[in-house]
Design a protein. Structure first.
Lengths: 243, 313
């Protein structure tokens, strides 16, 4: 199967710190890829590099065989790579519907007027917020702010969805619902890259996982394979000698 | 762009009637009344166009005087070679191009650097003109035309109406929506697919063009133009104060600030002619502390309280 999104030797340096070091991985269509690893291992930075939030120091990123390495964030979004943020970012002066409409108007597939409203309404329904479009985002609960952010991302009809710890901080019932939502994305033909710490979610959602530690890829495979990998266990729990 | 609702038609008709009434001022007011009318029309055009950009983006521009001054010099120099009417679009293009260049250079910077740069811009252009005048040995320029106060008023009124129309159209457009998103969270805007630099530069060209045209229209009124008059930083501050006093959240907000401030400023200029700058600073502080969202914010708050009070009945 050909890769939808490829990273080759992607490196990011912040001064003397190498945050991401020669990352290589491919994501094929209709796949959920988990990007996992201990805190500070470079997962979110990798998402930031893919989405164009930071410039890449060296290496190449391509989407459907086309290079996107040096494109600006808005151009990457327009090509169909959309993201959520580790700390939810909504548009505070706008209603829930307008927040979602931002994705529908400026995303991968662009709509305007009533058409954009209809797309935004449909996305709100999909994430379980039907009929709440008139609310201001400040009135929402935490899980609902996450839903709005996801609806905004989906309203642009992206091919690749980048979720940065989208399941973090949810209670067990919400988590179950969140997992169902993400699985639904794959079932409708989207590709998802997931930065996540919730192991249950990783096991039940991911087709493949890439494990990072200190900016480097240390393992890649199915969730079962990587979670039993000695190097991964060491990265999470430390060496016996460390004690 | 979506079709007009009956409410839109109502608002448009109301604006057209108000404009027609305002256009009758030269026949009903005396010379003093007309000069106040010119000031109000001038600052309405300037403050409304300023708010179109600075309202949604929260970038405080102090460049009005730079564009305004360039406009006065377009008329001052151009009137010797070209008919007056051709100078207004030339001034508009000059202001827009200058704004685009400033935007390209500065809009990637964060807010405070932008403020300082725009303030310095007016001074920079003023110094260049002063320097070139020193070299050529001239001091100022005479603008001698048959254009009267009445014609200047009508032109400014027409310009203010155009700015309103443009603002209304932008508010209904993708660009207007993009600007509101940028004002809320620029990172979200970029990752949603908005070319933030392009949107900001496009909109910054509006106050640039409008201020330059305003300067070009007012040049015949000054008769004698010199850099300290054309590039007065006071103008930039007054535009900001009036727009903030009215509120930038609505298209009509700046007008609500311009009218009372013009009368207040008249009173200050007459009673305390030597303390105007000091009192301008005091006005700025009072507005920022007491009315951070201007009169528009007060009206919105009152409406909200009324609605919630009704809800409890």
């Amino acid at each position: 199967m050909t890769a939808l999104l490829s990273l080759r030797g992607v490196t990011k340096r912040f001064g003397g710190l190498v945050a991401v070091n020669r990352m290589d991985f491919d994501v094929t269509e209709h796949q959920v890829l988990g990007l996992i690893g201990p805190n500070g291992s470079g997962k979110s930075t990798t998402l930031n590099l893919i989405s164009g939030a930071f410039p890449v120091t060296s290496g190449a990123i391509s989407l459907r065989g086309q290079p996107i390495t040096h494109l600006a964030a808005q151009d990457i979004a327009r090509r169909g790579v959309a993201r959520t943020f580790q700390l939810v970012r909504l548009l505070p002066s706008m209603t829930v519907l307008q927040n979602v409409k931002a994705g529908a108007v400026f995303g991968h597939r662009r709509h305007w007027g009533h058409e954009a409203d209809a797309v935004a309404e449909a996305m709100l329904e999909k994430v379980g917020l039907a009929g709440r479009g008139h609310m201001m985002v400040g009135q929402l609960t935490y899980i609902d702010t996450k839903r709005v952010e996801l609806a905004r991302v989906l309203a642009g009809e992206p091919g690749v969805v980048l979720l940065d710890e989208w399941l973090a901080g949810l209670n067990p019932t919400e988590l179950e619902e969140g997992i169902r939502l993400i699985r639904g994305l794959r079932d409708e033909g989207r590709t998802v890259i997931l930065v996540e710490h919730v192991m249950d979610a990783i096991r039940s959602l991911c087709d493949r996982c890439v494990v990072m530690a200190a900016g480097t890829k240390i393992a890649e495979g199915t969730p079962a394979e990587v979670l039993s990998d000695a190097a991964v266990i060491r990265a999470y729990l430390g060496d016996d000698d460390d004690a | 762009m979506s079709a007009l609702s009956s409410r839109d038609w109502g608002n448009l008709s109301l604006c057209a009637i108000a404009l027609a009434i305002a256009a009758c001022l030269p026949w009903t007011a005396g010379a003093y009344g007309l000069s106040i009318g010119v000031t109000i029309a001038m600052y309405t055009a300037l403050a409304t166009s300023w708010a179109l950009f600075s309202g949604p983006t929260h970038y405080i521009s102090l460049a009005s005087a730079a564009f305004f001054g360039v406009g006065t010099y377009v008329t001052g120099i151009g009137i010797q070679y070209l008919p007056y009417w051709t100078l207004l679009p030339i001034a508009g293009v000059a202001g827009a191009v200058m704004a685009a260049l400033v935007g390209l250079a500065t809009l990637r910077l964060s807010g405070v650097y932008f403020v300082i740069f725009t303030l310095g811009l007016a001074e920079f252009v003023r110094q260049i003109i002063t320097w070139s005048q020193n070299i050529s040995g001239t001091k100022g320029i005479y603008v001698l035309t048959s254009i009267g106060e009445m014609h200047i008023y009508w032109q400014l009124l027409g310009l203010a109406a155009l700015v309103w129309l443009l603002g209304w159209l932008i508010g209904r457009s993708r660009l207007g929506f993009a600007l509101r998103i940028i004002g809320d969270d620029e990172a979200v805007a970029r990752h949603s697919g908005i070319d933030t630099a392009r949107a900001k530069i496009l909109l910054f060209m509006v106050p640039g063009a409008v201020a330059a045209i305003t300067g070009a229209v007012l040049a015949p009124r000054y008769v004698y133009i010199e850099p300290s008059l054309a590039f007065s930083p006071m103008l930039s501050f007054q535009v900001v104060i009036m727009a903030l006093l009215g509120g930038t959240g609505r298209l009509w907000g700046p007008l609500v600030g311009v009218i009372p401030f013009t009368f207040l400023w008249e009173a200050i200029s007459v009673s305390f002619p030597n303390q105007t700058t000091l009192l301008l600073g005091v006005c700025f502080l009072v507005i920022v502390y007491l009315l951070p969202k201007g009169f528009v914010g007060l009206i919105d708050l009152a409406n909200k309280r009324m609605r919630s009070a009704e809800g409890y009945v």
